[in-house]
Design a protein around this ligand. Structure first.
Ligand code: ADP
Length: 229
């Protein structure tokens, strides 16, 4: 789970900051012993790049490489800080090499212990599906990868998940379909999560529970919470 969270963050940045060209993902093993190895992931893009001056600070919480860039591309400035912390907790590292206008390469190194050849296969994890199996969840999230990941996690846990990428689409989806729960990203372009939630309550008159998704876990965001039903 941690590995996919790290890679998902770096790959979704590569997609976000590369308007033309390509994104290459390469994986190899190094320092392999009979019991362990270090997995090396290289994620290379031909996007806008990051200036040398900003490269160290992109791993700090709430730092975005450039205010103008963050206005254009959006984002919370949290992802790489969390990705690096996760990698370090696992005993690994994340490095960055980038040239403005040419592209960026992230190098992720993570140590793994090999499963013993004689180990019992893992028992499938018990999933907490009681009472949830088949529940319909609408995921309102503009980031394609985050939306896909959230839907996959829900489906793996027995929910039936649907996705839309804007507040306007959420409203039109809810006019024609029903949901038992809505996961609402707050920072979606156009009609944001707050406005969409107000319309769901006031215009559509729906009391469907809505859970906000945000990387801005500040008390200010909590105070902005919409009126409860
Ligand atoms: P977010 O993308 O949510 O702003 P991140 O911590 O994931 O936050 O990234 C921090 C900043 O690093 C981004 O705002 C962007 O300016 C820069 N950045 C990250 N990945 C790339 C990339 N592949 N190409 C260009 N800039 C990047």
């Amino acid at each position: 789970m941690r590995v996919s969270q790290i890679l998902l963050n770096i790959i979704s940045n590569a997609v976000k900051f590369t308007e033309k060209g390509s994104i290459t993902i390469h994986c190899s093993a190094e320092a392999e012993t009979p019991h362990s190895l270090r997995a090396v992931f290289r994620i290379r893009d031909t996007g806008i790049g990051i200036s040398a001056a900003k490269q160290a600070s992109v791993f700090e919480r709430f730092t975005q490489a450039d205010a103008a860039i963050s206005r254009k591309y959006g984002g919370s400035g949290l992802g790489l800080a969390i990705a690096r912390e996760l990698a370090q907790v696992m005993g690994g590292s994340i490095e960055l090499d980038s040239k403005p206008g040419k592209g960026t390469e992230f190098l992720v190194k993570l140590p793994f212990v090999k499963a013993s050849a004689h180990a019992e296969p893992d028992q499938p994890e018990a999933t907490a599906t009681t009472g949830c199996a088949g529940c319909r969840v609408l995921v309102v999230e503009d980031n394609v990868l985050n939306q896909k990941m959230t839907r996959l996690m829900l489906e793996n846990n027995g929910y039936t998940a649907f996705g839309v990428n804007s507040g306007t689409k959420a409203l039109s989806w809810l006019r024609k379909n029903t949901a038992d729960l809505i996961l609402m990203d707050i920072q979606i372009p156009g009609m944001d999560g707050y406005a969409a939630t107000r319309k769901i309550r006031e215009e559509l008159g729906l009391q469907t529970p809505i859970i906000a998704i945000t990387a801005h876990a500040f008390s200010g965001e909590k105070r902005n919470a919409w009126p409860r039903a």
